[in-house]
Design a protein around this ligand. Structure first.
Ligand code: SF4
Ligand code: SF4
Length: 457
């Protein structure tokens, strides 16, 4: 009988969990923990420990190999998410914009047809048959003709690929002609930003004339008048948002949105210079996030289902052996492995957040695909985000966590996060611990519902 490496986390008095490197975990009592610590577990406990691969035997070694295969499954695939920025310019001036988007009309901010064609040709060298092409920016609708050009040109490419088209837009320039074109041409996956009610949204996302009314109108209209199945929404949380957790969730419920993703701002792009006005301590964000989570749980149990997306992702990691398939929740993360970002000038970056810092540039669409993604820079990124050899390796949350080298570099000037002072680390620790607690409380009913389980966890 050989013990695997494991961590211990206390949920409450007499309830502990033992967590392995591969993310398997087992609930034990204090007396069971003492047996484990003494290296002498009783028979019944041995069975449970073996099942969760905390004890390694000949019987479970194949299953453990399978767990690692699952965890690192994304290493065996090519890039599936290609983020194309038809422009860097935007008609908003959001205080937290990580792209630090310049105003519309800025010289060289928009992609030309020549670069668009080269970008599609470059993407077509990907070995993947099924890919996602996502238009971001800046505001992509300020250069809608290039989106049309790219989609038309992609249809002529051979061999054919199955492309899932997506656009992330503030929707302020959406109109009936564009909506109909998108519907007709299968640009059906549209995501936008909604930071809450008017007073929060318009303060975070300034635009002449206000942006809230337009985004609310188009969230409703795309669904109700044009038949889009769902409009994805991101809710960015600034210091201005902190007192309005209830109003923000109510806004999402009023619009019948199925989920809320309350994203913490980080010191990257324009948020760096505006940090004094919009920034906060990670603990303040955590308090806000817990309040949003509790309201979503309460609404799901007593009124209407609404999912808090971070806890759903964490609960998925905690309860399912399936890989995360989320670029920022995988380890190594998906930078240059699962996603890449293409700029209007043809440069290729690790991921969309990476475009905020020159160091994350991997190459250009003028080069060969393999030369860009097998470059030393791309391999370095995989190595760094694997967290191997870092303090993270000794953290109980490491099996579920993944840190972001882009955020570490932008906010701390170091590719390796300085953990004693790293906001993401504080937030992740708080979130993992909170979701674990929920799994051991009556509120797990809501989490089971979000996970689509027929029986409670
Ligand atoms: S570097 Fe950061 S933002 Fe980019 S894919 Fe990795 S975790 Fe996500
Ligand atoms: S980033 Fe923080 S929470 Fe995540 S594994 Fe590293 S030390 Fe743990």
């Amino acid at each position: 009988m050989q013990f695997n490496k494991f961590f211990v986390h206390k949920i409450k008095p007499d309830v502990f969990v033992l967590i392995t490197d591969a993310g398997n975990w087992l609930q034990v009592s204090e007396s069971e923990l003492s047996e484990v610590n003494a290296g002498k577990p009783e028979n019944e406990l041995v069975k449970k420990l073996e099942e969760k691969k905390i004890i390694l035997t000949d019987k479970n070694k194949e299953s453990l190999t399978g767990d690692y295969k699952n965890l690192f499954n994304h290493l065996t695939h090519g890039i599936s998410l290609h983020i194309v920025n038809p422009t860097m310019a935007c008609n908003h001036s959001c205080h937290y914009c990580y792209a630090n988007a310049p105003p519309v009309g800025t010289k060289n901010a928009a992609m030309s047809e020549k670069t668009a064609k080269k970008t599609v040709d470059f993407i077509w060298q990907s070995p993947m048959k099924n890919i996602v092409i996502e238009f971001q920016g800046g505001e992509p609708l300020t250069n809608f003709s290039i989106i049309q050009f790219i989609m038309d040109y992609a249809k002529t490419k051979r061999p054919k690929k199955n492309v899932h088209w997506r656009m992330v837009s503030n929707l302020s320039l959406m109109d009936e002609t564009i909506a109909s074109w998108c519907k007709k041409n299968s640009l059906l996956d549209i995501c936008t930003s909604l930071d809450g009610p008017k007073e929060v949204h318009d303060k975070n996302r300034p635009m002449p004339g206000g942006s809230h009314a337009k985004v609310v109108h188009w969230i409703n209209s795309l669904k109700n008048d044009f038949g889009f199945e769902r409009i994805g929404t991101l809710c960015t949380v600034t210091k201005n948002s902190l007192p309005f957790a209830k109003e923000i969730v109510d806004q999402y419920l009023d619009l019948n949105l199925p989920d809320i993703t309350p994203v913490a701002i980080r010191q990257i792009g324009r948020a760096k210079e505006n940090w004094q006005n919009i920034g906060y301590k990670p603990e303040q964000y955590l308090e806000f996030w817990k309040s949003v989570l509790n309201q979503c749980i309460e609404s799901t149990i007593n009124k209407k289902q609404i999912t808090e997306q971070f806890s759903l992702m964490i609960a998925q990691k905690l309860t399912s052996p399936k890989p995360a398939f989320h670029t920022c929740f995988s380890k190594p993360c998906g930078a240059g492995l699962m996603q890449a970002s293409y700029q209007p000038d043809g440069s290729v970056y690790t991921c969309d957040e990476g475009k905020a810092e020159e160091i994350f540039k991997l190459g250009s669409v003028e080069q060969k695909y393999a030369d860009v993604f097998a470059s030393q820079s791309a391999l370095n990124m995989v190595s760094i985000s694997s967290s191997l050899g870092m303090i993270c390796n000794e953290c109980k949350w490491n099996p579920f966590c993944a840190f972001c080298p882009v955020m570490a570099y932008a906010s701390q000037g170091s590719l390796v996060p300085l953990l004693y002072n790293n906001a993401d680390c504080v937030i992740r620790k708080g979130q993992f611990s909170a979701v674990f607690e929920k799994l051991f409380s009556p509120e797990k009913k809501a989490l089971s519902q979000w996970l689509g389980l027929s029986k409670a966890l």
